[in-house]
Design a protein around this ligand. Sequence first.
Ligand SMILES: Nc1ncnc2c1ncn2[C@@H]1O[C@H](COP(=O)(O)OP(=O)(O)O)[C@@H](O)[C@H]1O
Ligand SMILES: Cc1ncc(COP(=O)(O)O)c(N)n1
Ligand SMILES: [Mg+2]
Length: 545
Amino acid sequence: MAYAQVLSGIYSISFSQVESGINHKKQTQVCMEMHKDKYSISSEHSTMKIPHVLSVAGSDSGAGAGIQADLKACAARGVYCSTVITAVTAQNTVGVQGVDIVSDDFVAKQLRSVLSDMQVDVVKTGMLPSVTVVNILHQNLREFPVRALVVDPVMVSTSGDVLAGPSILTGFREELLPMADIVTPNLKEASALLGGLKVETISDMRSAAKLLHDMGPRNVLVKGGDLPDSLDAVDIFFDGEDFYELRSSRLKTHNTHGTGCTLASCIAAELAKGSSMLLAVKAAKCFIETALDYSKDIVIGNGPQGPFDHLLRLKRNIRKSYGQDRFNPNDLFLYAVTDSGMNRKWDRSISDAVKAAIEGGATIVQLREKDIETRDFLEAAKSCLEICRHHGVPLLINDRIDIALACDADGVHLGQSDMPAHVARTLLGPEKIIGISCKTPEQAQQAWTDGADYIGCGGVYPTNTKANNPTLGLDGLKSVCSSSKLPVVAIGGIGISNAGPVMAMDMPNLKGVAVVSALFDKECVLTETRKLHAVLVETAATIAK
Ligand SMILES: Nc1ncnc2c1ncn2[C@@H]1O[C@H](COP(=O)(O)OP(=O)(O)O)[C@@H](O)[C@H]1O
Ligand SMILES: Cc1ncc(COP(=O)(O)O)c(N)n1
Ligand SMILES: [Mg+2]
């Protein structure tokens, strides 16, 4: 048992390395050896592996940057974060009033405490106040190798205060950059690392990225938050072969204190979850843009450089934590849509209906409650959410973004006349699932542009639940499927007798069927769901042959 665990541990290490494009070939063997004990010990107690980032950085009393930003960023990305504090700063939105450097010995002690005991996936560095600390970190990383090292070469705070003097440059160049999987300097830091080279334009950023890459890191991200006269926030990513110009809109806000720390922590968190480097960087940049947008008007402190809010509007739910994708298209397999009229007819509560559907095999649930008081809807949604979370089944709300937000549901399903999806996305944040009903290839393309996660396509067959709803037939469904990259769930008049032919069309992005009457306009929801589930499983098995 313990040996199998060790093997699976080794497998997961090498697999993630391949996936992440992280090439620690020389260290892999050592890494396995070092982790052997940890895997065999932990296997006796638990098998649940939690992605883990260790942040080695300074504390910011104002909690906008440094260790505090790292903890919040990792929490927002659903990743565990341990901390080694290198310095304590007295800092607020005005500037840095004082710095108390933690002794080298005590930094070493913290590093050993964490690395010798916990299975850290990725180390992210921020403020490193002395070359000795860099030496100590370097030694520890050799003794306790990790999957990836993210180096944010912090030197000066946004307020212009010095956090690490020029002597640190040697440490970065000689020890840390050669072992880094990515280094993330801002314009000033890139310039300092390159001996004062001018880095003021996008073209300079490209040259700097290339020169920094020559110092040994596998990837370089030169951040352009301070790029003068730029309408976009442009960062340059270089992986040693290709350049990528990553653009997001530049938010008009003073609340940008801590963007650099947060970006690096998000990259580390995504890598810890197994993402490739480019995807990790893109996800991190997207997170910064969304978080800055949410926080653009908040006021914390009286100084010119405010912190932003990592968590308040970006609440994640437990179901999506620990490395799972926020949305798994396979969840569309058996999509149960409730109907208040039917529940009333059969005299059952919404939550009883949902519970029975899930027990019968429903893989996602949508509450579609048209004639119900808002307060009652919210209460029902909360109790359904509890049931769904317990079973790991996502819960979506039809149309009512307010209800979805109020109960922290997993997302919404929108019709063509509901709130536009891109507006819904702004309100709900990047983590929530958004589905859109589409009848035509044009609507399907728009859904993709608007940032939807899936398409509900129908009515495939005639149905009583929607009056005057034109029927698309299998041909209409097929043309929507072929015109979009998004996963599709078929809806409209589908039940046990005709679900098979729908799925047998074998369109690669057709992931399942959504049903209302076939489950809920029946005496026993559990039995009907079980029967439909069996039909879907059988069809899937036939297709696979
Ligand atoms: N006003 C803004 N709007 C959108 N993104 C921004 C803004 N300011 C900075 N960013 C982004 O935040 C990240 C951190 O960049 P930057 O501020 O240059 O680093 P640092 O905080 O280390 O100085 C980058 O991805 C950058 O593009
Ligand atoms: C302890 C600490 N670490 C890092 C930064 C840089 O963050 P930013 O460049 O976003 O001000 C900071 N201000 N304080
Ligand atoms: Mg900044």
